[in-house]
Write a protein that binds this ligand. Structure first.
Ligand code: UDP
Length: 240
């Protein structure tokens, strides 16, 4: 059984972690590596919801910067997240982990629509549920989608797996003396504009008292360590 402080978590992976060493797109080998991490976490007895970004394929802001209509570009970004979700479902099921994809934009030939009570049943049956297409609306990101699903599925924490190992007081790439927080308050993150997730996602987590655990998914075994309450990470929480 799980030695984790959590029973149910929402894991948010940015699309970039699926592209491996490629500059763009999906690297199936890398998706398989990520799926192994998810399986290891699930094997400890946790219920796992997943949200995967789309930045490895298309970001609405990038399209808008090149003259596209923002909303139109955002819908393209949402479709990108569905592709990533299907790639991850494939990788998880190849490892024998039953998985369901629920999309905020209905596409009944490829996945289920988001139905909270159905997702609940999947989790109870030991399936991983991947929530695709963010919140289903433009001008949002998959971080907001992750915060929304974490709240409605009553997750104990939102785990944000990125390529950085936590939240720093300044940019560690440009400032060698930047220090990583062990814990930090939601309001500090918002007031100091610390790069964790976009502000609407942080505010939604704050208002629903869902801690955000920021960690590097690129370090092998780190997800399992973080879930066991160990590993290198920053926890964003109330009153830190
Ligand atoms: N997107 C959106 N609404 C949502 C979620 C995503 O419009 O609720 C679009 C948006 O254009 C975004 C893109 O989908 O840039 C890909 O998601 P995101 O940038 O969050 O991916 P990540 O950075 O996590 O890979």
């Amino acid at each position: 059984m799980s030695s984790s402080p959590y029973k149910r978590v929402l894991l948010k992976l940015s699309g970039e972690v699926l592209m491996g060493s490629q500059p763009f797109g999906i690297d199936p080998e890398f998706v398989a590596e990520m799926a192994k991490e998810v399986k290891a976490a699930k094997d400890t007895g946790l219920e796992i919801c997943l949200v995967i970004g789309g930045g490895n394929i298309f970001r609405g802001m990038a399209g808008a910067a090149k003259g596209m209509d923002r909303a139109q570009a955002d819908y393209m970004g949402m479709l990108a997240t569905v592709m990533n979700a299907l790639a991850m479902q494939n990788a998880l099921e190849q490892l024998g982990v039953p998985t369901r994809v629920q999309s905020a934009i209905e596409m009944d030939k490829v996945c289920e629509p988001v139905i909270r009570r159905r997702a609940e049943r999947h989790l109870k049956k030991g399936r991983v549920v991947i929530f695709a297409a963010g919140v289903g609306a433009p001008y949002f990101t998959t971080d907001s989608g992750a915060a929304l699903r974490a709240a409605e599925m009553k997750c104990d924490a939102l785990l944000k797996g990125t390529s950085v190992d936590g939240v720093y007081d300044s940019d560690p790439k440009t400032n060698p003396t930047a220090t990583r927080y062990a814990t930090v308050d939601f309001d500090t993150v918002l007031a100091d504009n610390l790069k964790v997730m976009d502000a609407s996602a942080v505010a939604l987590c704050r208002d629903n008292a869902i801690p955000i655990v920021v960690f590097s998914i690129r370090e092998q075994g780190n997800l399992a360590a973080v879930l066991a309450g160990e590993g290198t990470k920053t926890i964003v929480q109330k009153g830190a």
